[in-house]
Design a protein around this ligand. Structure first.
Ligand code: AMP
Ligand code: GLY
Length: 412
């Protein structure tokens, strides 16, 4: 069973079905997905169907301890418990774990609401020494938690504002391209999947507001061979070891958001789940013969050493998100989506659904910001892009928009 409803969960369902397991259900899924069970409590379905494996999509239920509840019922779960989920829920916890584990990350300090003057002084020191500072909330702030600035006055105001609501982290400014690495973890062992890159800003040329992601591609030709193994050795393994020290048995996907700085890769953040849309370009390249369900089940049971390592098709995947007008601020909904069937018929194209609903006459309509993931596959990024963008030409609804520059530049 897959817990969730977006395009990431659509990709997970397809890949698990491909690997020979026909009884795969997404709960609640979305109306574009053929194998879904609509129920507002996925845990109820998992319990009553005695699921062989539950794979979590989003972070929300994990931070609320849903994985722990299922484990207590002896259901194998791919996703960390509430304790491990703090890696995404609290930046202070994450920074503390990785600092003790000696994982490369930006220099930082944390400040509580009583430390306004100290925090402002630290930010001024950073701006003085490297030109910029980065101010982050330790609490969830709906995508508005991070400010990167070189302006002393702006930094001071932001710190005062954020400290009113809780603790903050101020850190060194890093530069370089960002990449995502997804590690499959069984508490002790880990396997890193090929790296992907996502495009977070709404408009071409990395302009406009931050979004959940407007596109992605993988594999990345600018990375050295062995990059993922290095990340496994220097980032994931020490992190799992430090978590174990703290009594945390992390079974699930550990998603490292990395910046490739001139002084080597550094960790920006950990997420406790697969990325969306960046994991889709990795998952959908898995070899159709590879038993991915077997891999996730082995991780859930705590022994990855019993299964073969994943293998991938020798193709590049480029994914473009088709979004609704107004996304990410206030997406317009209820528009009929045209041209999906024609686009589906193109070779080397896959379309994943996310923010969609079904009308009484079975038409798919828009119901969220990120509506579709249109994916092209090819021998290189150029061909994969062409497939994706040719498919997008056939799809339309009132106000649909997408970025035209996904995977356009092959070097960072
Ligand atoms: P986070 O939520 O910590 O991943 O931060 C969101 C985004 O802010 C990242 O994807 C980066 O683009 C940017 N960012 C975060 N931390 C830094 C940093 N130390 N230096 C430069 N940019 C950063
Ligand atoms: N692609 C960014 C995320 O899933 O958080």
């Amino acid at each position: 069973m897959i817990w969730g409803s977006g395009a990431r969960e659509d990709a997970l369902s397809r890949v698990l079905r491909n690997s020979g397991h026909k009884n795969v259900w997404a709960v609640p899924g979305n109306p574009g997905m053929p194998h879904r069970m609509t129920h507002d409590d996925p845990a109820f379905i998992a319990e009553h169907m005695r699921a062989d494996l539950v794979v979590f999509g989003p972070e929300d239920p994990l931070t609320k301890g849903e994985a722990d509840k299922l484990r207590a019922m002896r259901i194998p779960v791919f996703g960390p418990g509430e304790d491990g989920a703090r890696l995404e829920g609290s930046k202070q916890f994450m920074k503390n774990v990785v600092t003790v584990a000696r994982v490369p990350t930006a220099v930082y300090r944390t400040f509580d609401p009583t430390q306004l003057a100290k925090a402002q002084r630290f930010a001024m020191d950073l701006i003085g020494s490297c030109g910029f500072c980065v101010i982050k909330t330790d609490y969830l702030a709906a995508g508005k938690g991070v400010l990167v600035t070189d302006d002393a006055e702006e930094a001071k105001l932001d710190i005062a504002h954020k400290l009113k609501k809780g603790s903050i982290i101020i850190e060194e400014y890093l530069t370089g391209p960002e990449v995502s690495v997804f590690a499959i973890c069984d508490g002790t062992n880990s396997i890193c999947l090929p790296a992907a890159q996502d495009f977070k800003r709404a408009y071409d040329g990395d302009a406009g507001p931050n979004t959940g992601g407007m596109g992605a591609w993988s594999p990345l030709p600018f990375l050295e061979d062995g990059f993922e193994e290095t990340i496994n050795r220097d980032f994931i393994q020490p992190t799992l070891a430090e978590l174990r020290q703290r009594g945390i048995d992390y079974r699930g996907c550990l998603y490292a958001g990395l910046m490739l700085t001139p002084r080597g890769p550094k960790l920006l953040e950990y997420n406790i789940r697969f990325g969306d849309p960046d994991s889709q370009v990795v998952l959908m390249r898995l070899d159709p013969e590879y038993d991915f369900a077997g891999l996730l089940l082995a991780a859930a049971k705590g022994d990855l050493t019993t299964v073969p390592a994943p293998t991938f098709m020798d193709q590049t995947a480029v994914l473009v998100v088709a979004a609704a007008e107004g996304y990410p601020i206030s997406p317009r909904t209820g528009d009929i989506i045209e041209g999906l069937e024609e686009a589906h018929r193109l070779p080397q194209v896959e379309i994943l659904t996310a923010g969609v609903a079904k009308e009484a006459d079975d038409n798919l309509i828009t119901s969220g910001g990120r509506v579709l993931n249109v994916m092209g596959f090819g021998p290189d990024a150029y061909m994969a892009r062409k497939q994706a963008y040719d498919a997008l030409q056939l799809i339309s609804w009132q106000g649909m928009f997408y970025r035209t520059d996904i995977a356009l530049r092959l070097t960072p």
